[in-house]
Design a protein around this ligand. Structure first.
Ligand SMILES: NC(=O)c1ccc[n+]([C@@H]2O[C@H](COP(=O)([O-])OP(=O)(O)OC[C@H]3O[C@@H](n4cnc5c(N)ncnc54)[C@H](OP(=O)(O)O)[C@@H]3O)[C@@H](O)[C@H]2O)c1
Length: 293
């Protein structure tokens, strides 16, 4: 298939670009800088120069496509408005494609709010974190769009080794006396390795019906204190015990969206396993951290 990927240099998108190319798809990807274009070119994709926040110049000139995969976001306070405008331009442009393309939209686990001891599934009602409330109408727009066959994937917290969502914690482990965790060490994060998540995108691309949604969680929920301790052990941090900080402290550092780090969540990836045959391989993030070179 010929795919157009937005966010192809990001934590999720870069894995999706690489997996898609490995599976024999032709990949075009939006690049807003020369650095992004160079990375995409080296990965085997064709960069399309342009900015998600100003879609007209590139969206109206896309070649025939089988699918669009949207994993782009700038995490600014304008991210909701940027995404809304992007869809307002891109969807009518896709309506002129010779064949109706598939469109995979990236939602997120934080749309389900704190679940505590319950395990959220695709049919659990949304209780979005306020910074990502905009995603609900946008993903609904995709699922109901007449212009495309819309599919939504809700990734769990995405890691790779000590990167992705573990990167901030790993930096603490190297640079500070203790790894900082938000609100409590017992806050659970649902987790997925970026390589496993990329396979889920590919399976959805190749086989999911229009209007379907999937949670991409390989591990339902793991207490963040265990990850913090694994990183502290790996890097020989002075204190093994994590330092607990309030959510407001991480919000002040990173922005309102970072309040999601305090959500105690469990998510189920059972539907993706059952319906698409997804079989994530990375099920032991702590073990992977211990085994890092
Ligand atoms: N990572 C997670 O754990 C996770 C979990 C659930 C849901 N999500 C959702 O998944 C989406 C992607 O997350 P991520 O972690 O992969 O983000 P990321 O690593 O920060 O990557 C963001 C991507 O978007 C691109 N981008 C940002 N602003 C752009 C613009 N104006 N024009 C063109 N490209 C632009 C970036 O390109 P540059 O290389 O040029 O910066 C990059 O490729 C977000 O909506 C996020 O909420 C993420």
């Amino acid at each position: 298939m010929r795919l157009f990927i937005l966010g192809g240099t990001g934590s999720i998108g870069s894995a999706v670009v690489q997996a898609s190319i490995r599976r024999g798809h032709e990949v075009l990807a939006l690049a807003r800088s020369d650095v992004a274009a160079a990375w995409l070119g080296e990965a085997g994709a064709t960069p399309v120069l342009g900015d998600m926040a100003a879609p007209e110049p590139w969206a109206l000139r896309l070649p025939p496509l089988d699918a669009v995969i949207h994993t782009a976001c700038d995490f600014s306070t304008a991210m909701g408005e940027i995404d809304r405008r992007l869809l307002a331009v891109l969807l009518p442009a896709l309506a002129t494609q010779p064949k109706r393309p598939r469109f995979i939209y990236t939602g997120g686990g934080w749309l389900f709010g704190a679940t505590g001891n319950n395990i959220a599934t695709e049919s659990t009602p949304f209780r979005p974190l306020s910074a990502f409330r905009w995603m609900v109408p946008n993903l609904t727009r995709i699922l109901e769009a007449p212009e495309v066959d819309g599919i939504v994937i809700h990734p769990a917290m995405v890691y790779a080794g000590d990167g992705g969502v573990f990167q901030r914690l790993a930096r603490d482990a190297i640079e500070r006396d203790a790894v900082r965790v938000v609100e409590s060490e017992s806050v659970r994060w649902p987790l997925v390795h970026s390589d496993d998540l990329a396979v889920l995108y590919a399976l959805a691309l190749e086989g999911a019906p229009a209007r379907s949604s999937y949670i991409g969680a390989a591990v339902d929920g793991l207490a963040i204190g265990r990850i913090a301790r694994a990183l502290a052990r790996r890097y020989g941090t002075r204190r093994l015990e994590p330092q607990v900080i309030p959510a407001n402290a991480i919000v002040a550092e990173l922005g309102e969206w970072a309040r999601g780090y305090a959500l105690d969540q469990q998510l189920s990836g059972a539907k993706a396993r059952r319906a698409l045959g997804w079989a994530p391989k990375h099920l032991d993030p702590e073990g992977e951290i211990a085994g890092l070179p």
